[in-house]
Design a binder for this molecule. Sequence first.
Ligand code: PLP
Length: 394
Amino acid sequence: MSRESTEPFIPFALPDIGEAEIEAVAQAMRSGWLTTGPAAAAFEKEFGDYLGGGVTAIAVNSATSGLHLALDACGVGPGDEVIVPDWTFTATAEVVRYLGAEPVIVDVDPGTLCLDYAAAERAVTERTKAVMPVHLAGLPVDREATGNFARRHGLRVVEDAAHSFPTYSRGALIGSAAALAGPGGAAVFSFYATKTMTTGEGGMVVVADEAMARRIRTMRLHGISRDVFDRYRSTAPSWFYEVVEAGYKYNLTDPAAAMGRVQLRRQDEMFAARRSLAERYREAFADLPVDLPAEPTEPDSTHAWHLFILRLRAGAPVSRDDFIARMAQAGVGCSVHFIPLHRQPYWRDRYGLRPEEFPIAEREFGRVVSLPIFSSMTAAQAERVVEAVREILA
Ligand SMILES: *Cc1c(COP(=O)(O)O)cnc(C)c1O
């Protein structure tokens, strides 16, 4: 018998913000630097250091902005094509359109739900300029497979790393110098409120190439050759600047960066909390009619556990939609990641996409559900999730 829960609702996601973050934001506000200043500069430096150095980290106001800037720095423009997996958030594909280029949406691997390089292979044309692997849920797309594919076709790689901080692929952190795909590669992280670390809204573009870094910094702030902090610090007259491009307004504020610096310091602790939740779920659901999330099969690779995506098997007693409704009755918020792009009206209509072109995504979409997994979740909350799932599916 399912009972209406009388206990407080467990939301699908909650940011993990403590007194240290609140104090850091207050301090930034008291300092007088409300726009991009010393806290943003320190955040960039510390983020690059966390990735092991040898890269330039550029703070932006969202991952979407960062993906746009990274593709721009790769020279993507009108007439170009960019390969994007069907199974992602619309931001991955929309930024290609910002630049007047066309995303070529391809089906995913049935095990990982990440880009299927065999399908990508068939999508390459003379116009293909770049590929955007998405490390879905925090499961890394194998950097060797990505590198081989990109080299074979002479493509640039912009990794959508919105879910994958911190994630290792073959012993290298996603975004580190060793993991970036060649000198022209980029990885973009999200600090949106529900992501593994947050600044409310924010993101980080990471590149190894200095010319790309310069282009991204310039385009991040109106196409101006020096940012405000630079003008403040430098010995050249602070009133002087030059507009060298029609750029964007994508800079990260100092109060947001101050929050990010604290979140960055807490990353290992926050990751450990998510990993132990994932372990608890895996053990608790092993005998249920579900497929558990894929784990990396390559050596020295890890999962960031940003999302915990269960897949209901044909033998499950309820449909996915009913499962989510029953979980809500039991006081647990669930979600679906993602509604494949080919099902979204804009992408479907613009490119005439048909479901039969995406057999894997089409089949898997009907049976995926994301359970709550956030670092501030208590053991008691995790047990309530386990109990609710088992009551519905056991
Ligand atoms: C959240 C997300 C983004 C966009 O991140 P923002 O920081 O909100 O712009 C991009 N791609 C994926 C896969 C995401 O989940």
